[in-house]
Design a protein around this ligand. Structure first.
Ligand SMILES: O=P(O)(O)O[C@H]1O[C@H](CO)[C@@H](O)[C@H]1O
Ligand SMILES: O=c1cc[nH]c(=O)[nH]1
Length: 343
């Protein structure tokens, strides 16, 4: 009996206790949580078990599906053979970060060395980069909601075509902190829009639909536990503000345009802090919303590069920034290793 797809449901089987707990969360408590807000709870038609991760009846009628921005396709590539064993999708803005992460996971999971050259599966296109090591698929998404949204549509279709099961998703990113020591890692509890609403609004044919942007609570807690074990840097669970711009959208005073004052900026950031916001970035809302719609347990793990209450410019050395960027990778790596060792 398929689980009703109330913008996020799974028909996945579990392969490990940790995952099982998470899949149950999705099928039950997260689903109810998403539906506790009536505005965000539109019942979607029951989906046959075949269409895990996607909810589009037209897909089944297509003779071929070209994943254009990956330069992959159902006729040109054996997607089940290439990706059928994927259990962890890890996404982040930059191509080089995702390559470094795949090399790090290669060594951490005992599959090879961190110096191995992992090939870019999407080398024929420069839109996104994709690296695979064992069950880990690392994909870059560029900057901003439209860019990650396109990538996730094709990634979720890839999981569907490859017949993947029990997949968990992570966004490994950078952000601006609010009232936190730079270098602190924030695991997002929920992503809010610039008016601090916990939803992602999508305009389809002129009609706006709001989707819930809560992240998987169990997965977030598991990542926080990893940070306690690792004990190398500060990590918290907090609310993340998602904007569609880095400058005016994040109340910076150093963009090309600025028609507000320092006082306006500080008031806005203080209001954000008072509502629980601890960091600001540019993709978490649609990541959270799309994970929920596809039934994927998802987590957003971003390091803070600066404290926005202290300034706007990111002027740390290259070495400091590189080390900060490794922090979310270490937490996600720790979680994946724990689960991988049980498979
Ligand atoms: O570090 P990444 O993953 O790119 O994320 C953050 O960095 C970019 C801005 O510099 C935005 O995409 C923001 O969300
Ligand atoms: O301040 C910052 C830093 C990184 N990414 C953002 O979106 N904002």
């Amino acid at each position: 009996m398929p689980i009703p797809r109330g913008d996020g449901a799974g028909t996945h089987k579990s392969f490990d206790f940790g995952h099982q707990k998470i899949q149950e969360d999705i099928a039950d408590s997260d689903y109810k949580m998403a539906c506790s807000n009536k505005d965000l709870c539109r019942k979607e038609p029951t989906c046959p078990p075949k269409c895990a991760y996607v909810s589009n009846p037209y897909l089944e009628t297509m003779k071929e599906d070209v994943l254009y921005h990956f330069d992959l396709g159902t006729k040109t590539h054996d997607l089940p053979a290439m990706f059928g064993d994927v259990k962890f999708i890890c996404v982040g803005g930059s191509s080089s970060r995702m390559k470094t992460f795949s090399q790090y996971m290669n060594e951490l999971l005992g599959l090879g060395r961190a110096t191995d050259d992992i090939p870019n599966i999407c080398a024929q296109t420069d839109r996104y980069s994709m690296y695979k090591v064992g069950p880990v698929l690392a994909v870059s998404h560029g900057m901003g909601i439209p860019s990650i949204s396109i990538m996730l549509h094709e990634l979720f279709k890839l999981l569907y075509h490859a017949k993947c099961t029990d997949v968990v998703a992570f966004r490994i990113g950078t952000s601006g902190g609010i009232g936190l020591k730079p270098g602190t890692v924030v695991i997002s509890k929920v992503s809010v829009d610039p008016s601090f609403h916990p939803h992602f609004e999508q305009n389809v044919m002129g009609k706006i639909t709001a989707y819930c942007t809560e992240l998987n609570a169990h997965l977030s807690q598991e990542l926080l536990n990893c940070s306690k074990e690792n004990n190398e840097f500060d990590t918290i669970i907090g609310t993340t503000l998602c904007t569609s711009d880095f400058y005016e959208g994040q109340a910076r005073l150093d963009g090309a345009f600025c028609n507000y004052t320092h006082e306006d900026k500080m008031k806005y950031l203080q209001r954000a802090y008072d509502t629980g916001v601890r960091n600001i970035e540019m993709e978490s809302s649609v990541f959270a919303a799309m994970c929920k719609r596809s039934g994927l347990p998802g987590a957003v793990v971003c390091v803070t590069l600066l404290d926005r209450l202290q300034g706007d410019q990111i002027d740390n050395s290259h070495e400091v920034l590189a080390e900060y960027q490794e922090r979310p990778q270490k937490l996600v790596g720790c979680y994946i290793k724990k689960v991988f060792c049980k498979i």
